[in-house]
Design a protein around this ligand. Structure first.
Ligand code: SF4
Length: 220
């Protein structure tokens, strides 16, 4: 997926360069890019997501799924994208995979309201297809700002898309899981997505090993 992202970025850079060269030919020599205004709170960021039309997914979603939980959580779970149930309810991880995630959280002696749960994409891809690189790029700032507001001690990435978006690591999850990585000074533990565990229950043991490492880090 990193190759696809790089290819898209190269195309964007080429388009910007062509535009700037055309402007230069027209006599314009200086460009000023105004940074996007930073949001003041998670609530303000949520409002921004509700209005968002930065990628075509806004056309097919029923409800954007911003995220839920403790805005000061020490642990944040980041998944891939909303599924059918999440899209209907506007809440993250409420389908079968969500039930399993809730059980994992409870096994860690925590409640859902203690942690924060969100996805890299805030809108459901049609037929639950995998996120496209352009959608991940379009939505990435929302996740980054969300994590800046919450400022957790540990982020748990659920599945390869979350790992790839946050860590830029395109290795299989089997290679990444079980080890801490860094995202802007926050420890990140990659592990399997609960939807994968529903299909491969034998991997639950490995996820529990990862959760134990997170618990040591949180209580350390
Ligand atoms: S997926 Fe993200 S970028 Fe795309 S419309 Fe939804 S909120 Fe906006």
């Amino acid at each position: 997926m990193m190759e696809e992202i790089k290819k898209e970025l190269r195309q964007i850079i080429q388009s910007v360069r062509a535009y700037m060269e055309a402007e230069k030919l027209a006599g314009i020599e200086e460009f000023y890019v105004e940074p996007l205004p930073k949001k003041q709170s998670l609530r303000e960021l949520r409002q921004e997501v509700i209005k968002c039309r930065q990628c075509p997914l806004y056309k097919t979603r029923k409800n954007p799924v911003f995220g839920e939980g403790n805005p000061k959580a020490k642990l944040v779970f980041v998944g891939e994208a909303p599924g059918r149930e999440e899209d209907m309810q506007g809440l993250p991880f409420v389908g079968r995979a969500g039930e399993l995630l809730t059980k994992i959280i409870q096994a860690m002696k925590l409640k859902r309201k203690d942690v924060y749960i969100c996805n890299i994409l805030k809108c459901r891809p049609p037929q639950n297809r995998s996120p496209l690189p352009s959608e991940i790029i379009a939505c990435q700032n929302y996740l980054t700002e969300q994590l800046e507001f919450i400022n957790p001690k540990v982020i748990c990435c659920l599945g390869k898309f979350a790992c790839s978006a946050l860590l830029g690591q395109d290795f299989p999850i089997t290679k990444l899981r079980g080890n801490f990585f860094d995202f802007r000074g926050i420890k990140v533990m990659p592990t399997f997505h609960p939807a994968y565990l529903l299909r491969n229950p034998s991997a639950k043991r490995l996820v529990w090993e990862d959760m134990q490492k997170i618990m040591v880090e949180l209580n350390g």
